[in-house]
Every structure is written in structure tokens, then in C-alpha cells.
Design a protein. Structure first.
Lengths: 190, 190
DNA sequence: ACCCTAACTTGCCATTGACAAGATGCCGAG
DNA sequence: CTCGGCATCTTGTCAATGGCAAGTTAGGGT
């Protein structure tokens, strides 16, 4: 079964639905996402999605898990110290807005889902690994993960504010460049 | 200011609906909020909310505007420099989670609504005022609002991550204390 | 060849958001 | 004091949605 959507069996419905969900969320946000609309886009009946994901929360849980894996990959690919790690985080949020919009909303999915937990842990590990590899890291024995938490907070906050559209226009239209300036303030003491 | 809210049959439906909405969002998030359920809680017919808010987005726009005003008030009441300003931001997010959950989600409301814009600008001004009043502010002439942006990002990110429930348990259960530690890293170079 | 189970379907129901048209009651004009 | 105006609220309705139940199909393992 290649990608042909013909026949009683779709062949790769799960993947097709996930892709359609990402498209739909990107177009109008997660709030207005409709399982029936996804089914229409995939050319299947309105109840087909339930078989693969159970319900809407199940679908969004899968989207979130996929997002955390994509994020882990983006963080691992980042090269250039903490600064570029943070830039990669912001870049991921902007380029994969649909995933990002779901990943941190426990009311939209099932935060305790095992697959989601594992994927979330993978991206958390990638973040901590990037922070730990910093050569000029400050010795703060009392709170070893404080650096990671502060870095995570500032890049997550900047990404969220950027996506929310509440930042002043003067900041420009390049999220990575803007993020670089902001992140720089976190450790300009070095 | 938006409109005289003296009531006839109910007394003050608009305010009652807003309060019910905040309760409902606090219980199950904004996604599952139902205008009909709010109407039931307020003891009015299912179509009554539409008269005051137009539609669901209108209701959430009002909630967001109320949130930005509460935030501005909380920021103005904060005393103790940038650190406590940030702590107040996080405290607001945790204590007014329902408002906070709506304020930065443009897909849930009408970001261009005049009342919302005004309220948002008031809280933005309160934030900038707090940052500007810092005695030990660094002279960074090239980007005068960079400090405010970095501070906003780190506290907003921390608050969002806290509410999303993705922070490790070791962080404890006191968001203000945890925020204080994180924010401290932003300007420990002093 | 056969079954048997996952994959997908049709059918159904309660709930919801939105709209239209009617009822209610406070207010001010005269 | 009366009466019309009008914001407030109600009833009625419709299409769309999520989720459940029961039936149908096909493809792989034995």
C-alpha cells in the first residue's frame, strides 16, 4: 500500500490524519480543529479517526508527542553553545507552530500518556545536555539545573510571546535574530 | 467603560457571565468552555450570553481584557525592583490562571479588539515602567527595551512552563519562590 | 483455503454555537 | 400619567460536532 487513499483500507491513515491535524491547527489554531474535517481531508468516514486516536485528546496527544520528538531533534542539531541552542528552540516554535501550540497545553491532550511522557523527556534531556556542555558554565552546586531552567524559561517565554503576537513591531520579523539578542542578556556576564 | 452594566432581569448578567467563565476555564480549560453551560450557571437562557458578548470569541476577549487589567494592577502593586516585579508576574499567572490561559491565545479571542488592545497596552506600560525604574539598570543604548523584553520573556516562560506542568517536581510547590531563583539568574552579573 | 482481527463504515444521539423572531420590563418623552 | 422605544432576555430552530454502537471489508497468519 503506497500513499493511495483508495480502497477500504487507507494504508497510512494515522500518518495522514496527523499531517492533516498539523495543517488544520496551523490554519486556525487547535480550538476549532474538527475530527470530522480531518476525516474529510483524508477522504475517510467521520468515525475513522476515532479508531486510531480514540478521541480528540488522543489525536492531540499524538501531535504533542511528535512535536517533542521534533524539538529534541532540533535541539540536538543545534551547534554553537547555549545561545544557538536557545535560538534553535525559538526557531522550532515558529516553524512548527502547530505542534508547539499543542505541546504545552495539558488541557488539550493527555499529559500522562506514556508515549508523550517519553517524548517530552527526550526533548528535556536534549535541552539539559546542551546546557551541560557549556564550557563557561557557572559553578552553582546548590542548584545544578538552575541554568537549564532559566534558559528554558527565557526561550520558551520569548517564543510564546512571539507567537502570541504581543511583541512590539519594532522587534522586526526575524524571530531567530530577535531571540539571539534577548538570550544574550541571560549570560552577558561571561 | 465598555458599557453600562446595570441589569434589568438578572441584575448584572455581564459580570455574572464573566465570573462563570473564569470559573469554568479554571476547572477544565478554555477548550471545553460552553456558552450554554455559562448561561445555565447564571440561571438565564442559552442565548443570553450572545447578547452581551456576541459570540464565544467575544466572551473570551472580555476575559482577556479583564486579565490584562488585573495584571497591570498586580505589576503596579509590586514593590522590590525587577525581581519582585517578575515574581508578581508569575504570581498573577498562577493565581489568575483562567485569565492567563486566555490572554496570550489570539486564536481564542479577538486580538484587535480596542478594549483588549488598551488593556494590553496598560499592562505593557506597567511592565516597562517597573523595568525603567531599576536603579542598577545597565546602559544599553542600542536597545533600550531589551531589558524589559528579556525580563518579560523569562517570567512569561517560567509561568507558562509552570502552568503547563512540565517542570520537574523537585522545583517544589511555591511558584513565587521558584521564580525568584530563576529570575535571579537574569541579572546575577550585578 | 479459511478465519479472524484490525481497519473502516453507516447510523445515531446529545450537545453546542449561532441566528431569527418574539416577549419583557425599565426609561424617558409628552 | 400614559405610552412608545429599546435594551434585555426568551423560545425556537438549524447545521455541525464528538463520541458511541453495530455492521462491513480486507488482508495476513496458520
Amino acid at each position: 500500500m503506497s500513499s493511495g487513499t483508495r480502497g477500504y483500507h487507507h494504508g497510512d491513515l494515522r500518518r495522514a490524519l496527523l499531517a492533516a491535524a498539523v495543517d488544520g491547527i496551523g490554519e486556525a489554531g487547535p480550538a476549532t480543529l474538527s475530527l470530522r474535517d480531518l476525516a474529510r481531508r483524508a477522504g475517510v468516514s467521520h468515525a475513522a479517526p476515532a479508531h486510531h486516536f480514540g478521541d480528540k485528546a488522543g489525536l492531540l496527544t499524538a501531535v504533542a508527542a511528535e512535536g517533542f520528538d521534533l524539538l529534541a531533534e532540533a535541539l540536538r542539531a543545534a551547534d554553537g553553545g547555549l545561545l544557538e541552542l536557545g535560538v534553535a528552540y525559538v526557531g522550532f516554535a515558529v516553524e512548527h507552530r502547530a505542534h508547539f501550540d499543542v505541546m504545552f497545553r495539558p488541557d488539550l491532550h493527555r499529559p500522562e500518556d506514556p508515549d508523550l511522557r517519553a517524548a517530552r523527556e527526550r526533548s528535556g534531556a536534549a535541552l539539559r545536555a546542551g546546557v551541560a556542555s557549556l564550557p563557561d558554565r557557572r559553578p552553582t552546586a546548590d542548584d545544578p539545573d538552575g541554568d537549564a531552567l532559566a534558559a528554558w524559561s527565557i526561550v520558551h517565554g520569548f517564543a510564546t510571546l512571539w507567537l502570541a503576537g504581543v511583541l512590539p513591531q519594532e522587534i522586526g520579523d526575524d524571530p531567530r535574530a530577535a531571540a539571539r539578542v534577548v538570550i544574550h542578556r541571560l549570560f552577558r556576564q561571561a
